[in-house]
Structures are given as structure tokens and as C-alpha cells.
Write a protein that binds this ligand. Sequence first.
Ligand code: SF4
Length: 380
Amino acid sequence: MTIQRNPTRRVKIGSVAIGDGCPIAVQSMTATRTTDIDATVAQINDLVNAGADIVRVAIDSQKDAEALIEVRSQVSGNFSVDLQENYRLAEVIAPYVDKLRYNPGHLYHHEREKPWEDKVRYIADVAKDNDCAIRVGVNCGSVDPDKKAKYAADDSISPMLESAWDHCRLLDDYGFTRYCVSLKDSDPQKVIEVNKRFAEERPDVPLHLGVTEAGMPPDGVIKTRIAFEQLISRGIGDTIRVSLTVPNNRKHEEIEAGRSILDDIANGRVRSVVDYGLKTLNIISCPSCSRVENEAFVDLAEQVKEMTRYAEDHSITIAVMGCRVNGPGETDDADLGLWCGPNHVNLKKGPESIGAYTYDEILPKLKAELDALIELQVGQ
Ligand code: SF4
């Protein structure tokens, strides 16, 4: 199948380029603690050996940045750094990486200290001085609150788009065009819609595609496949990441899944021509990253999937998140949400917090809440 790709700009990231008809680059992200240098080096090697074109590593602190500099001296490959909430680390790490990823939603914190526009210009200056590309990574769970407030509560797509367009405009006006954009959601239908609408307005900007918190295989791969098939078949998408909740020694599965989806699309083996309506139990879980504070998180996600099988015919979404940073926000839209701390798991019903329970206590508590929800649905 010949796919007419969108005429996006070419953006160089280390030894690869995305956009402008270049092959779609497949990437992944480490889930080890960045300060655990041996484990991070081993995971990067595993991903590169599986065929990763770009590997992303998150840093949250000066210690993480120093660890990444050491990691970088031990491995080869193209590196993207996730600045998370600490954009000032850009100047420390930029000489050692090929791309800086920032989340517009995180630049609004401490707004009084410095307007977001100044922070973006600072990141662009650092990228320019250090031969780096930028990814403007918009995420459904952490959109700028002012943008959210402008739209109806059930419209999560417009605030994401407005945020992405604002950042593109600012970077363009500032003369920095070596960037790509991502717009991620855990719902594949929303990923399709938001990326289609973005690409209609800005067909020149390369897109990084991904379904965030897609969950465990095989469901996580299926959700991602649906979004990628619909977008890539229309020429949208220049680099991809499949986010899966898998143990650290299986992270290479993200690369294998991505390559297999691209191969199928290129050969016309597209399966998702029909709408993907979630009429069943939907478990979303984050792919984990260096922020996970208790390694029991991946096991817990598996246990939640097993324990809730009995509810599979009910239209209920359960979100399981690995950390306190993004967990609280990214569970708000789920019917039931769990986000993991070092010793406790926090349970939520929609945006409302129910309580914090130990890892041993959480499953029965979740089951009680799930039973109550089912009873409510059946009674309606
Ligand atoms: Fe990492 Fe937390 Fe996002 Fe999970 S929710 S991927 S642990 S930042």
C-alpha cells in the first residue's frame, strides 16, 4: 500500500531524521531509575538492540542529569531527554543528548516566577546552542489549567490542540523550527481525532504518535494499533512509541510491537477500519518510567487486570498509574483510579479521593468500589 505522507518538515535527531518522507522512527523510553546507571545502560542497550531509533530517558533532578551524562558515555544511540517538571535542567543535559522533550502543561507551574513563553524561549536557545531538536509533548492528563477552563468539561481535545498550536506559534515566531509535536491520550479514538485535527491545521509539523497508558499487552498493543492504523494510513505520523506496561526486562516489546504495526500498515494488513467503541471494561495503565517509587507497580497492574475479569462486560474504565507526579491528574477521567506511592496505593472514584491503602489492602478495596459501580449500572 502506498501511503501519501503529510509534507512535514525534516527534523534531525542525532543520526536519524523524522518528517519529509523519512522512514517512521520507532522509539521507546527507559523505565529504570535513571540514577541506577547499570540498569539504565542495560535497558538502553536492550532497546537499541531491538531496533530503537531513539531512546528517551527522564530526568527530574541534578542527580538524574549527572547519572544520564554517565550513562551517555557508556552507550550509543540517539537520545531524547524528558525534562519533566524541571525545565532548567535543559542546559545541564543538552550537550549530551539529541532532543529535549518538554510538556507544555508542566511549564505553567510557578507561572509567577517566569511566564511560560520565557521558559519555551530558554529551552529553544539551549536546543539551538547544543544541536538538539525539541518535542512539544502535550498530554491529556496535564494540560494547562487555563486552557482546560475555556472548554466544556467533556471536551479534552480542544485544550490540547490550543496548547500545541500556541507552542508551535511561539517557537516559529522565535525562529526555532527544529521541533515535533505529540498529542497523547489513553483513548485511541481521542488520539486519532486530536492528531487529525492538528495535522489539518499544521501539516508541516512532524508528529510523534502514541497512545499513553495503553496498558499491558495484548490490549495495549491493540489500542495502539487502532490509533496508528487510522493515522498512518492517512499520512499522519513521523515517529511512534508504543507505551506498554511490562516488566523492565521486557521493554524491548515496545519496539517489536511498533515495528510490527508499521510493517503491517505498509503491507496493507490494516485491521481497524471500524470505529473503536469501548463497550467493555477498559484497564489503562502507564508504561512506568524512572518515577515509579515501588516496583510492585507492574505486578499490581497485572493483578488488577486479573481480579477485574469478572467485570469485563461492563463499560467501566480503571486507571493504574505508577507515580504521584502524573498519577493524581491522569486518573481523574477514569471511573476508578489507582496511583502508586512508595508504600501506599491511592484509590480514587473519578476525581474524588477515597483513601490510601497498602499494597496488600488495595485489591479488596478496589473490588468493593467496582462492585458498587456495577450495581449502580445494573440498576439504571
Ligand atoms: Fe512515569 Fe508516573 Fe507517567 Fe507512570 S504515571 S509513566 S510512573 S510519570
